[in-house]
Design a protein around this ligand. Structure first.
Ligand code: GTP
Length: 254
């Protein structure tokens, strides 16, 4: 006879009722976020459950204002990219982007206008990079992007393209009001062949962002890519098949 698993919660804890409070809360959250249920969800419980789970996953991984990834998910993506750069020797670039004088936008036009500016900047950033790049909103008016396979020869051009696209935005605030904003961008590269920490990678980009702000804003500052400390011979060893490292077969004539 099968027995139910032990309940680890204290004996006086409220029972978790799948159709009770928990579910109500989840449904309220989805409703507030404007979750779109597929029409079949009304008649098919599997579709309903899948849509519920998908909706909750989206809520926990995306920024509700812009739909971009949130900071937590971005850090996970950055970890994966740092690993890949260390293993493959691929050059990955990290960009940190911060809207200039954003406080003035809120103060002058109101918080709703500020939100609209954040949404439009997010859209411009998303379309300004490749589909393989990861873009996130990591703070109030701060964004980040990690761009795999982005060598220094292209890095500046890519960041400049994004900066110019945002500078060219004409943000419609209604009542015939149009607003332009600028953005400062700092960037750094993941060290190839060496597993560094994402914290250090972020700190280096943040230093460049500070420089961009300090030098007058509306500009791109990228660090000089770190010189690889790995020699060509070592790289060869890293890429060789594992069989190259097996000890030689003992000779039968010795
Ligand atoms: N509308 C809106 N404003 C936000 C949001 N999150 C943060 N902010 C505002 O963003 C502003 C950030 O201002 P600061 O950090 O002083 O920076 P700044 O005015 O952009 O100046 P610099 O970065 O130095 O160019 C603050 O006024 C915050 O209240 C949001 O989600 N919506």
């Amino acid at each position: 006879m099968s027995r139910s698993p032990p309940d680890p919660r204290p004996p006086d804890a409220e029972p978790v009722r799948p159709n009770g409070l928990l579910l109500d809360t989840a449904l309220q959250l989805l409703e507030r976020a404007g979750h779109a249920w597929p029409p079949e969800a009304a008649s098919d419980p599997h579709v309903w459950m899948q849509s519920l789970v998908d909706g909750l996953c989206t809520l926990s991984s995306r920024d509700p204002l812009t739909g971009l990834l949130n900071r937590r998910q971005f850090e996970a993506a950055l970890e994966r990219e740092a690993d890949r750069a260390a293993r493959s020797g691929d050059v990955a670039m990290l960009l940190l982007l911060d809207i200039d004088h954003f406080k003035r936008v809120n103060d002058r036009y109101g918080h709703a206008a500020g939100d609209e500016v954040i949404r439009r900047v997010a859209q411009a950033l998303q379309v300004g990079v490749r589909p393989m790049d990861t873009v996130a909103r990591i703070g109030g008016e701060e964004f980040a992007a990690v761009l795999p396979a982005c060598p220094p020869a292209y890095g500046h051009a890519v960041a400049e393209r994004v900066r110019r696209a945002i500078e060219a935005l004409e943000i419609d605030l209604g009542l015939d009001q149009r607003l332009g904003v600028t953005i400062s961008i700092g960037g750094s590269y993941a060290p190839q062949w060496v597993r560094s920490s994402c914290t250090l990678w972020l700190e280096r980009a943040d230093r460049q962002l500070y420089l961009a702000k300090h030098q007058g804003r509306n500009r791109v500052c990228l660090e000089t890519p770190p010189e690889s400390q790995v020699s060509a011979e070592e790289r060869g060893l890293l890429l060789s098949p594992a069989s190259d490292f097996l000890p030689d077969e003992p000779s039968s004539t010795s």
